[in-house]
Design a binder for this molecule. Structure first.
Ligand SMILES: Cc1cc2nc3c(=O)[nH]c(=O)nc-3n(C[C@H](O)[C@H](O)[C@H](O)COP(=O)(O)OP(=O)(O)OC[C@H]3O[C@@H](n4cnc5c(N)ncnc54)[C@H](O)[C@@H]3O)c2cc1C
Length: 421
C-alpha cells in the first residue's frame, strides 16, 4: 500500500493497519507530521514550529508502525492503469493507493491573491506569516511617514472561520498586551487588526452562541470585526471590498477557502468532485477507480446527514482512517460503513477566551479555554512536544511574553537547484 500524506488521516491509517497483511509506504512532501490546529500559534510567535511537528522517521521506529516505510516526495502524478505514483524523485508501484493529502488554499481563481496574501495551510506558510508580521512591526517602529506606518501596521485577516478567528485573536492579544511594552515607539492606536467575514456571523459551523461569544471576545482584544463584507481584490497594498470600500495594508492573511490537493491523474476519466475532493462510497473507496481510497479532507462522502460531505476537521480524518484500517485489516469480516461521531467543536480567541460546542452544550470563557488547552495538548504527537507546548503556554500565560518573536529569514545563498524543483 502507498499512502499519500502522513497527516491525521494517513498516519493514523498506517498505525492501525495490520502490518502482517500490508506492506505500507507513506509518501509525504515534508519529513514530519504536522499539527494544523496550532499553525496560527506559530504564525503569531506563540510556539516554535518544531514543537508542533514530529519527524516521520522517529515516529516509524515505534512498535505500532513496525514495517512501515517513509519516502520524501511531492506526489504530482498518479497513473491508475499502471498502478504507479510519481514524485519529483521516484516512481512507486502500488497494489492499493490511499489519498490522504488533505487540502490546500483556495484562491477562488483570483491570481493576484496567490502572489500577495499570507496563508496558514502548512508549517512553512505559518513561519512565513510569522516573519512577515515581525518584519512589519520592526519596520513600523522606524517609520517616520504616518501613511506608510499605518499601512505597515494594518493587519487584515480574511475569513471568520476557526483559523481566521484564532489568528486575529492572537494579533489582537499582541496589540493589547505586548505592543507598547516591546515597541515603545509605537502606540496601541497605530496597530489595527481587521477581521473580514463574508457572512453575517463568525464561526458559521458552530452555534449562534459561540459566534456571539467569539465576536465579543475579539472586540475585547481590539479586533475590528467586519461581517457581511467580501474582499474583491488585493494588489499587495490596497484591499478592495465588494461594497467599493478599501483598506491600505501590507499584510493580508487569507483563511477564507480550502480545496483538495490537486493531482494529475492518468489512465482514467474520473475527476474530483466539488471542492476538488474525491467522491468516495461509505467505505472510503474512490468511485470509479479500482484499488484507490481517499480519507480525510480530500475525501467527499455524501450521506443523508452530510449532503455536502463531512466537515474538513481532524476528527473526521482520524475516524475515517480507523474505519478503513479496520476494514482492510480484517478482510474476512463484513466491511463496516463509515459513521461520523461528532465529538464537538472548539475555537480559541485568546487567553481565557474560547468557545466549545458539544451537542447541545455550550461553554465559553476560561473553562472553554482550559478544555481547548487540554484537548490540543492530548492530541499533539510526542511527549516532548506536549511538554514543550505546555511549558510555553504556561510561561506566556503568567508573563504575557512569548520569547519566540525572532525573525529568521532562510538564507538565499548558496543557491541549490533542488530548492526550485
Ligand atoms: C490553520 C488550520 C487550523 C485548523 N484548526 C482545526 C481545529 O482546530 N480542529 C480541527 O478538528 N481541525 C482543524 N483544522 C483542520 C484539520 O487540520 C484537517 O481537517 C486535518 O488536518 C485533515 O487531515 P488530513 O490527514 O486529511 O490532511 P492533513 O493533516 O493536512 O495532512 C495531509 C498531509 O499530506 C501531505 N501532502 C499534501 N500534498 C501532498 C503531495 N502532493 N505529495 C505528498 N504529500 C502531500 C502534507 O504534507 C500533509 O502531511 C485546521 C486546519 C488548518 C489549516
Amino acid at each position: 500500500m502507498v499512502i499519500i500524506g502522513g497527516g491525521f488521516a494517513g498516519l493514523n491509517l498506517a498505525r492501525k493497519l495490520d502490518k502482517g497483511l500490508w506492506d505500507v509506504t507513506i509518501v509525504d512532501r515534508n519529513n514530519f507530521h504536522s499539527f494544523p490546529p496550532l499553525f496560527y500559534q506559530v504564525a503569531s510567535s506563540g510556539l516554535e514550529p518544531a514543537s508542533i511537528s514530529f519527524p516521520f522517521r522517529r515516529e516509524l521506529l515505534s512498535r505500532k508502525y513496525r514495517g512501515c516505510r517513509y519516502h520524501i516526495g511531492d506526489v504530482r502524478t498518479i497513473d491508475v492503469s499502471a498502478h504507479t505514483v510519481h514524485t519529483q524523485y521516484e516512481t512507486l508501484h502500488y497494489d492499493t493507493l490511499v489519498l490522504a493529502a488533505g487540502s490546500t488554499n483556495n484562491f477562488f481563481g483570483i491570481p493576484e491573491l496567490e502572489k500577495h496574501v499570507y496563508t496558514l495551510k502548512s508549517t512553512s506558510e505559518a513561519i512565513r506569516c510569522r516573519n512577515e508580521v515581525l518584519d512589519r512591526l520592526e519596520r513600523a517602529s522606524l517609520c517616520k511617514d504616518p501613511a506608510r506606518k499605518r499601512r505597515l501596521l494594518t493587519f487584515v485577516v480574511i475569513g471568520g472561520g476557526p483559523a481566521g478567528v484564532e489568528i486575529a485573536g492572537a494579533l489582537g492579544e499582541f496589540k493589547r498586551f505586548t505592543l507598547k511594552r516591546e515597541y515603545p515607539s509605537l502606540e496601541q492606536s497605530d496597530m489595527r487588526v481587521i477581521l473580514v467575514e463574508g457572512t453575517d456571523r463568525l464561526l458559521a459551523a458552530m452555534s449562534a452562541k459561540s459566534s456571539a461569544d467569539a465576536l465579543e471576545g475579539l472586540s475585547q482584544l481590539m479586533v475590528d470585526v467586519r461581517l457581511g463584507k467580501q474582499m474583491k481584490s488585493y494588489d499587495g497594498t490596497t484591499v478592495v471590498f465588494a461594497d467599493g470600500t478599501t483598506e491600505e495594508s501590507d499584510t493580508v492573511v487569507w483563511t477564507a477557502g480550502v480545496t483538495g490537493v490537486p493531482f494529475e491523474l492518468k489512465g482514467t476519466d474520473v475527476k474530483p468532485g466539488p471542492g476538488a475532493r474525491w467522491l468516495v462510497d461509505e467505505y472510503n473507496s474512490v468511485e470509479g477507480i479500482d484499488d484507490m481510497y481517499a480519507i480525510g479532507d480530500i475525501a467527499l462522502m455524501i450521506t443523508d446527514k452530510y449532503p455536502k460531505g463531512h466537515p474538513q476537521v481532524a476528527q473526521v480524518a482520524l475516524q475515517q482512517a480507523a474505519n478503513l484500517a479496520r476494514n482492510l485489516s480484517e478482510p474476512r469480516k463484513e466491511p463496516r460503513t463509515f459513521e461520523y461521531r461528532d465529538k464537538g467543536s472548539m475555537a480559541t480567541i485568546g487567553r481565557n477566551r474560547a468557545v466549545v460546542d458539544m451537542g447541545k452544550m455550550h461553554m465559553s470563557g476560561r473553562p472553554a479555554w482550559f478544555a481547548w488547552l487540554v484537548v490540543h495538548l492530548l492530541t499533539l504527537l510526542g511527549m516532548r512536544n506536549r511538554a514543550v507546548v505546555f511549558i510555553n503556554w504556561m510561561w506566556s500565560y503568567f508573563t504575557f511574553s512569548a520569547g519566540l518573536r525572532i525573525l529568521i529569514r532562510p538564507g538565499r545563498f548558496p543557491l541549490r537547484k533542488y530548492w526550485d524543483e
